[in-house]
Design a protein around this ligand. Structure first.
Ligand code: NAP
Length: 520
């Protein structure tokens, strides 16, 4: 069986000892194995910091952007082969696989363009500066300068391609070397992409490393100038937050974790309208796409009481079209969950929700197409209906990371639904479907403190949006509270995580010469 290799200190290395086995989640057939035992993490971190960091910092934004463009192309030219890997190891349908892989190449291409725009400088000067003294000669600037450490990227199992792309794009553009640590269970796709990156031969020595397998004691090697960007469960995030090396060195830590995202149907939306159809379509897509294993997926559906019966019946009908099975088969629209552990957690989570809510669909035993009897980590898409939103707790607090969402009625008023949404304690995204400007205004002010992103669905944009579940590089991704408190992407904002913001004070003519700024 294939043994995955890590790429550290500019060479491929194989871990020793008993490996973790990666499987096809539709058939449970073993595909590869991975181990990191014996990998010299201390040397890998030191190599990345000294060689990769120095090399990237010596490049301009435009040159770093050129690297990102080559990485984007490396993925895109092997798109078909990568899709097959995502189907086999990730349980992705073809369309799910494209979502992940095109997300990676698209985000890298976006940041390549940004590098071109930022041009010949090596760091960012923010804004126009500020007069500090009596005369404009004593002046101050804020600059974003690349940190001198390594960016450790710890990714979740659900987006092995996009997870690499979005984090590498921001770190490399900022001028930091990266060490990517994908989730072990779906690392096959990440390893294929890493090989493409290395073979593209565009990254300076030490600028890119990969740890293929369990984390071991890699966190012990973190130091003050390093950055950790973590995506995964809130429990692991909490462990990282308390890790001695991170605490001791005030290591910058960005956490993207669990999220009880919501969709709210506005009181103005009538059945049959374009906005209504958009709402139904986007909710259905979020339940079924990637078998619901999307951090941004809608988990709670808030519907005015008067519309609940319509919404329940329409969503039930749309979900009945879902075809669960082996994603290698044409026509399958919902693949398996990624791992046996996920299957156990999702079944337990749905049972927990079912104590507070009743099934609309999804309580039947699933019969997946195209898999050996009894094999695969499948669940039926589940829609539940909770009639007592106040008494419910799991509905608002327990993220079921699978094809599952719950309808919750509300009285049609903005303050009421804001209170209910806020019970999720910090989310990545809330979507609101309404064309009523007064309602939308109240929702913006009410929901904003609890979210990283708000998405307003309206018939005016129904033909061009990608829905709330798609993370765009132009907008920030992250959320407060339970969602981890992190912030990634957001165009140029995305490089701030990997930069030190420094205030620089002095004589304006001197500073302007240093920054090569042209006076107006
Ligand atoms: P997880 O179990 O927390 O694992 C995430 C990553 O952390 C994996 O690479 C894992 O490596 C690594 N890890 C685990 N323990 C570690 C430790 N002690 N030190 C260093 N690394 C460690 O989460 P998951 O099951 O992969 O992901 C599912 C969760 O991610 C869901 O709850 C979902 O909400 C969240 N998620 C959030 C976002 C977002 O953007 N906010 C996106 C996607 C997913 P191994 O695989 O080797 O154990």
């Amino acid at each position: 069986m294939e043994r995955l290799e890590s790429y550290v200190s500019s060479g491929w290395a194989r871990g020793a000892g008993k490996p973790s086995v990666l499987v096809n989640p539709a058939t449970e057939e073993p595909l590869a194995e991975a181990s990191t035992l014996g990998i010299d993490f201390a040397r890998a971190f030191a190599h990345a910091r000294s060689f990769g960091g120095k090399a990237l910092r010596s490049l301009t934004f435009a040159e770093r952007g050129d690297i990102l463009r080559a990485l984007s192309r490396a993925i895109h030219t092997q798109r078909d082969a990568l899709i097959e890997v995502a189907i086999a190891n990730g349980g992705n349908t073809r369309s799910d696989a494209k979502f992940d892989i095109d997300g990676a190449s698209g985000t890298l291409a976006y940041y390549a363009d940004l590098g071109k725009q930022l041009g010949g400088s090596k760091f960012v000067v923010e804004g126009d500066g500020i007069q500090l003294g009596r005369s404009p000669r004593w002046f101050g600037y804020h600059a974003l300068v690349p940190r001198h450490g390594v960016a450790l990227h710890i990714n979740a199992f659900n987006f092995p391609a996009w997870g690499i792309g979005e984090k590498v794009a921001c770190a490399v553009l900022a001028g930091m070397p990266v060490i990517v640590k994908p989730a072990t269970s779906t690392a096959l796709l990440a390893c294929r992409i890493a090989k493409l990156f290395v073979d593209a031969n565009v990254l300076p020595e030490g600028a890119f490393s990969l740890i293929a397998g369990p984390p071991g004691n890699m966190l012990d090697h973190l130091a003050e100038q390093d950055v950790v960007a973590f995506t995964g469960s809130a429990d692991t995030g909490a462990r990282l937050r308390a890790h001695a090396a991170i605490v001791r060195g005030s290591v910058r830590l960005n956490i993207e974790a669990d999220s009880l995202n919501s969709a709210t149907l506005g009181p103005d939306v009538s059945a049959g309208s374009d906005t209504y159809r958009m709402f139904l379509r986007e909710v259905t897509r979020d339940i079924t796409q990637k078998a619901g294993q999307k951090c941004t997926a809608i988990r709670r559906i808030f519907v005015p009481q008067s519309m609940v019966n319509d919404v329940r019946d329409e969503l039930a009908a749309m979900l009945s079209d879902a075809h669960v099975g082996n994603p290698a088969l044409d026509g399958v629209t919902v693949g398996p969950l990624a791992t046996a552990d996920q299957l156990r957690d999702i079944r337990a989570g749905i049972e927990k929700l079912a104590v507070e809510a009743s099934f609309v669909v999804g309580d039947q035993v699933v019969a997946p197409s195209g898999v050996p009897e009894g094999k695969g980590y499948f669940v039926a898409p589940a829609l539940l209906h909770c009639t007592d939103a106040d008494a419910a707790s799991a509905v608002h607090e327990h993220e079921v990371f699978g094809p599952c969402a719950t309808i919750v009625p509300y009285d049609g008023s903005a303050p009421r639904v804001v209170d209910l949404v806020a019970r999720g304690k910090g989310m990545l995204v809330a979507s609101v479907y309404s064309d009523d400007r007064a309602f939308v205004t109240e929702m913006v002010m009410g929901l904003a403190p609890y979210h990283g992103r708000l998405y307003f669905g309206s018939e005016k944009i129904a033909d061009q949006t990608a829905g709330p579940g798609t993370v765009l590089p132009q907008s920030v991704h992250g959320g407060p509270g339970r969602a981890g408190g992190g912030e990634e992407l957001g165009g140029q904002r995305g490089i701030a995580l990997y930069s030190q913001r420094v205030a620089i004070q002095g004589a304006r003519p001197v500073l302007d010469a240093v920054f090569e700024l042209k006076r107006a």
